[in-house]
Design a protein around this ligand. Structure first.
Ligand SMILES: Cc1ncc(COP(=O)(O)O)c(C=O)c1O
Length: 401
């Protein structure tokens, strides 16, 4: 008998964190490393939000809060869903969690029994399958292709559903591909789901505000109101308001599920940080101009990165609709020889050789369930992005047969 559990044995270390660690080690050796491996806006949290946190502290709002969140924030969440998404929830249909991550964990713990299946389109955010597996659930992956913009087709969804399916996890715009579903595409998926009334939809909308050009964000419960009573719509302040460290995420859905999630959270962590909750309330109900400003910067960076990567020998980079990631294919570079003399057999070899040769840290696609690709986070200063793309171009140009 071993001391550590089967759950630990089953759980994978996040490749994104492992890559960031490698980048730090190389930097400690004096190399000028550019790390584009983390999914975190490089902007600071807006001042009005910090001010709200300061005021909360001064007013003594520093005690335990209700598990599901302070009423003022739950009301702000209700208002946000109504005005931005046309979704009508009551405060008791909402829950505030310690980051979007805890919304997922709560929902999976509250619903999965061993062997229950969860459909996850690939490439996926690594925490989805890991959280499902921690609950002894079974992730069922649906691979997508660059040709369909890394989006799941209705046929593929239909084929993945079995009588054991509990959830479909949707993440639009997506980490890691940046793909976002149009209203018509969501409606086509909803049509499939209509025929499978036992399947619930987990809509992770955390990148909602980061969509570019004339793309219009929509979410499943909005385009298919008949699915609302089996949809958990989740969101958070981390990406939209540059608040990754404040740890506030939220979800809204049927009260029966929210109550179950509250029960789990009450035993695990209790309510989220009181000060951060007041800050999040200001984020959702205060001035929103930060969103437009950061979106414009991200859009320029996306265009820069896509264009420079498509000029790199052997890379193919699809232009995604949103988030702050691109997901180029390096399939044409498989078998080439790196400056170290080693052959590149996989996308992981590619990112490791690139790190050694040019000190640019990225994450390989197979870590997100679909390769040979890699993910670049363009949530980094524009000059750093430009420099790293030049280094990638040089690296690709230097590969030999
Ligand atoms: C797709 C997706 N969902 C949820 C989260 C969770 O973010 P947080 O826990 O900071 O709210 C992330 C963070 O990287 C993400 O990429």
């Amino acid at each position: 008998m071993t001391f550590l559990s089967q759950t630990v044995a089953r759980t994978k270390q996040a490749a994104t964190l492992a890559m960031s660690q490698k980048a730090r080690e190389l930097a400690a050796q004096g190399r000028d490393v550019i790390a584009l491996s983390a999914g975190e806006p490089d902007f600071d949290t807006p001042d009005n939000i910090k001010q709200a946190a300061w005021e909360a502290m001064q007013q003594g709002r520093t005690k335990y809060t209700p598990v599901s969140g302070i009423p003022e924030l739950r009301q702000a969440i209700v208002d946000k869903f109504r005005t931005e998404n046309g979704l009508l929830y009551t405060p008791s249909q909402t829950i505030v969690c310690n980051g979007g991550k805890q919304v997922i964990a709560n929902a999976m713990i509250a619903t999965l029994d061993p062997g229950d299946e969860v459909v996850i389109p690939a490439p996926y955010w690594v925490s989805y399958p890991e959280t499902v597996a921690m609950c002894q659930g079974q992730p069922v992956f649906v691979p997508t292709m660059a040709e369909t913009g890394f989006k799941m087709t209705p046929e593929a969804l239909d084929a993945a559903i079995t009588p054991r399916t509990k959830w479909l996890i949707m993440n639009s715009p997506s980490n890691p591909s940046g793909a976002a579903y149009t209203e018509a595409e969501l409606k086509d998926l909803a049509e499939v789901l209509r025929h499978h009334p036992h399947v619930w939809i987990f809509a992770d909308d955390i990148y909602e505000h980061l969509v570019y050009g004339d793309f219009r964000f929509t979410t499943m419960a909005q385009v298919a109101p008949e699915l609302m009573d089996r949809t958990l719509t989740t969101n958070g302040v981390s990406k939209a308001y540059a608040m990754t460290g404040w740890r506030i995420g939220y979800g809204a859905g049927p009260e029966m599920l929210i109550r179950a999630m509250d029960k789990i959270q009450g035993q695990m962590t209790s309510g989220a940080c009181s000060i951060a909750q007041w800050a999040a309330r200001e984020a959702l109900s205060g001035p929103q101009d930060f969103i437009a400003t950061s979106r414009a910067v991200f859009e320029q960076r996306r265009d820069l990165v896509v264009s420079m990567l498509n000029q790199a020998k052997g890379l193919e980079c699809h232009t995604p609709e949103g988030a702050f990631y691109v997901y180029p294919s390096m399939a044409r570079l498989i078998g080439k020889k790196a400056p170290s003399g080693r052959r590149i057999e996989t996308d992981e070899d590619f990112v490791l050789e690139l790190l050694q040769a040019e000190a640019v840290a990225l994450v390989h696609g197979t870590a997100f369930g679909l390769g040979p690709n890699f993910r670049i986070s363009y949530a980094a200063a524009t000059d750093k992005l430009e420099e790293s793309c030049l280094r990638i171009q040089r690296f690709c140009g230097n590969l030999t047969d």
